[in-house]
Design a protein around this ligand. Structure first.
Ligand code: CAA
Length: 389
């Protein structure tokens, strides 16, 4: 059965009954388990351990993975709907979920061996363990082909040495997918992706970042010193690591676009409510045209972002090439998140500048969506290359 969501969004997205149920379950979860302490977790930079455990129990940590490997077997649009609802309340929880789903589980299921899936994907998708994706380095952020971390071929194993930066779930994860250079001569074609377990000798979790936003997600530097990673832990053929990272990031960008959409929607809904309650010059501020114009622009931008994000998800579900639509969705939705949260603070006035009213956190959280999983400038580069093909 197809459900019309026009009452909520002003537009008919033809969501199925199952997709609507997922959206509602995510909304209920976020209100019950994330909302009560979200301000405190942000202020103290506390990882939402219990909530992440609950997300695993509810099937949110491996949403697109087949039930055979512990997942929920859902489509990308359902995943996007759930992420959006969670990001509306807590963008930190949303990125924890997004990295585990898009960057770790998806790649393992698509490119891993049956043995790798049994050993690693099953616990990751069912929420018993948590994953991290390790591409960025001190000298290789946007320029991801310049990997300095090395994985020397030693026959039965790779000898891993190097440092990874800004790793989401870095301190809390059990399993890391690490991109490392095996053959410098081959440049990006010499990069491998290795599954590295927390606890392998020589793997050290470094400093935790003190961030502007998404403060209750756990971002660390990770160090690898002479770590012996079995050959069986390489994903795909020798030299497939960079392609693996790029292919995985295409889907990751849909996840971050959904996170950005959720942040924008959350801030807009708070601003809308506040504008009906707050009175100035004898009437609700929603009756002033200055505020009405802001709300009108916010609602319009959110609607446009939602169309791009859902369209990217649909293209992925239909098996089409979605690199372009994912980059467009992330580029636009992250800008909308920044614009809308800034306006939500403005509408709240002085109240918007204090923690209690949530929107200042949302404005800080929004900024990272223009940076991670490819900066806005990298998205433009991807878009330009695709349209000029
Ligand atoms: N999809 C599939 N394949 C892609 C791709 C994409 N989006 N982008 C590049 N590739 C492929 C190319 O086709 C090429 O393959 P061939 O060798 O077979 O031709 C190969 O990758 C190398 O690509 P380029 O020649 O285009 O390499 P480049 O150096 O000129 O540009 C880049 C590459 C697109 C800029 C890439 O480095 C990039 O995407 N950078 C951004 C990295 C990024 O997003 N980092 C995010 C970190 S992860 C994170 O933030 C996670 C977190 O914790 C939240």
């Amino acid at each position: 059965m197809i459900m019309n969501t026009s009452h909520e969004s002003g537009m008919n997205f033809n969501l199925s009954e199952e997709q609507m149920a997922v959206k509602e379950a995510a909304r209920d979860f976020a209100k019950t388990y994330l909302l009560p302490d979200v301000i405190e977790r942000d202020a103290q930079s506390i990882f939402p351990k219990e909530a992440v455990k609950k997300m695993g129990e509810l099937g949110f940590m491996g949403m697109m993975v087949s039930p055979e490997y512990g997942g929920s077997g859902m489509d990308t649009l359902s995943y996007v709907l759930a992420l959006e609802e969670i990001a509306k309340i807590d963008a930190s929880a949303a990125v924890i979920m997004s990295v585990n789903n898009s960057l770790v589980c998806w790649g393992l299921e698509k490119y891993g061996t049956h043995e790798q899936k049994q050993k690693y994907l099953l616990p990751l998708a069912s929420g018993q363990s948590l994953g991290a994706f390790c591409l960025s380095e001190p000298e290789a952020g946007s320029d991801a082909t310049s990997q300095q971390t090395s994985a020397l071929d030693k026959g039965a194993y790779y000898l891993l040495n190097g440092t990874k930066n800004w790793i989401t779930n870095g301190g809390s994860s059990d399993i890391c997918l690490v991109m490392a250079q095996t053959n410098h001569v081959l440049k990006h074609k010499g990069i491998n992706c290795l599954i590295v377990e927390k606890g392998m000798e020589g793997f050290v979790v470094g400093k935790k970042e003190d961030k502007m936003g998404i403060r209750s997600s756990d971002t660390h530097t990770l160090m690898f010193s002479e770590v012996e990673v079995p050959k069986d832990n390489r994903i795909g053929e020798e030299g497939f690591g960079f392609k693996f990272a790029m292919s995985t990031l295409n889907g990751g960008r849909i996840g971050i676009a959904a996170q950005a959409l959720g942040i924008a929607t959350g801030a807009y809904e708070l601003a809308l409510k506040y504008s009906k309650e707050r009175k100035t010059f004898g009437k609700a501020i929603a009756e002033h045209q200055a505020i009405q114009f802001k709300l009108a622009e916010m609602a319009t931008k959110i609607q446009a972002a939602r169309l791009l994000v859902y369209e990217a998800a649909r293209q992925k579900d239909e098996g089409k090439d979605y690199a372009l639509s994912a980059a467009m969705a992330k580029l636009y939705a992250s800008d909308v998140a920044m614009d809308v949260t800034t306006e939500a603070v403005q509408i709240h006035g002085g109240y918007g500048y204090v923690r209690e009213f949530h929107v200042e956190r949302m404005m800080r959280d929004a900024k990272i969506t223009q940076i991670y999983e490819g900066t806005s400038e990298i998205q433009k580069l991807v878009i330009a290359r695709e349209i000029l093909k």
